[in-house]
Design a protein around this ligand. Structure first.
Ligand code: ADP
Ligand code: MG
Length: 295
């Protein structure tokens, strides 16, 4: 017997390195007519590196001391930025003190008690709360203008320094955006928790004009709902814990597998296992072909 078209399409998607979780999902993929893409880990490779270490003069900390407490607080986090901070510290041979009372807020950052003090590491916009023209905000803005993600470090609620972190754009990012635009008739939307400056620079490089930055997980859901209320069937592609609610709310959700968080992989309808973004337009096209054969 010949295999039903949707099942052969699932097998075919598998050969391209995409795990499609059911025949229903295989069929839905071909219906999408709008795409929302996450930035870090989706359009970028997902292995960011620390490029800048800026202790504030008032903190009295050295570069290594700043990195050491930041890494101690980030140690339990599975966020790609956290891994960048920990890797930078270990590469310099620093020995990390144990953190306690770890908490993590998606889209914002982490806190922990390190050597008896509360350390927060995360988004300058959220930690400084749009607040005063602190020296830290000036450093962060400069890094963001260069396309970096700025990460603020606070000890006992006082800013002590800023790290600059950068990730490489995926080689196939611009071609994938072009292919998705051709398939759906509209350019994808960028939905990111990162800062607006870095987001705009990257969007321009890949040919995206609709950029939504500084988003919390629920804001990503709202962006999807807004498109769906306008009659669109939205495909969301993301990798993080912060993408999970949007992956669930979307008509179809695809998670990037290699650096993806467990929650994103569980929530998504399909997983890109081989870590190639260009497989996404491929599976949409496979679905459309299979749907034409289903009678
Ligand atoms: P994206 O949508 O681009 O994948 P996220 O929503 O995961 O980004 O993160 C948004 C922002 O929140 C980051 O740019 C960073 O400023 C901050 N952030 C989140 N988690 C962490 C963390 N573990 N360490 C440092 N900063 C973090
Ligand atoms: Mg991400």
């Amino acid at each position: 017997a010949t295999m039903p078209p949707l099942l052969s399409a699932i097998a075919n998607a598998g050969r391209h390195g995409v795990l499609v979780k059911s025949a229903v999902v295989m069929e839905q993929l071909g219906q999408v007519d709008a795409v929302a893409l996450d930035k870090t880990g989706t359009l970028t490779e997902g292995t960011p590196r620390v490029t800048d270490i800026h202790p504030l003069a008032a903190s009295g900390l050295s570069e290594e001391e700043l990195l050491r407490i930041a890494a101690a607080a980030e140690h339990p986090s599975e966020h790609p930025l956290a891994r960048a901070v920990v890797d930078a510290a270990l590469t310099r041979g620093l020995i990390l003190p144990a953190g306690e009372d770890f908490t993590s807020t998606p889209g914002t950052g982490v806190t922990a008690t390190v050597e008896g003090k509360t350390v927060a590491v995360g988004s300058p916009a959220r930690l400084l709360n749009g607040g005063p023209d602190h020296a830290a905000a000036v450093v962060a803005a400069r890094l963001e203008d260069e396309g970096r993600t700025a990460v603020l470090i606070e000890v006992e609620n006082t800013p002590v320094g800023v790290l600059g972190i950068a990730d490489r754009l995926r080689e196939e990012a611009a071609a994938t955006v072009t292919a998705l635009t051709a398939l759906t008739g509209t350019a994808p939307v960028l939905v990111t928790g990162d800062n607006p400056r870095a987001a705009a620079l990257l969007a321009e490089e890949v040919g995206i004009t609709d950029v939504r930055a500084g988003l919390l997980p629920q804001d990503k859901v709202n962006a999807v709902k807004e498109l769906e209320e306008a009659g669109r069937k939205v495909l969301v592609v993301g990798d993080g814990v912060n993408d999970a609610p949007a992956l669930a709310a979307a008509h179809t959700g695809i998670a990037m597998g290699r650096a993806g968080s467990d929650l994103a992989l569980e929530t998504a309808d399909a997983v890109v296992v081989r870590d190639e973004l260009a497989t996404i337009p491929t599976v949409v096209a496979l679905s459309r072909r299979a749907r034409r054969l289903v009678v």
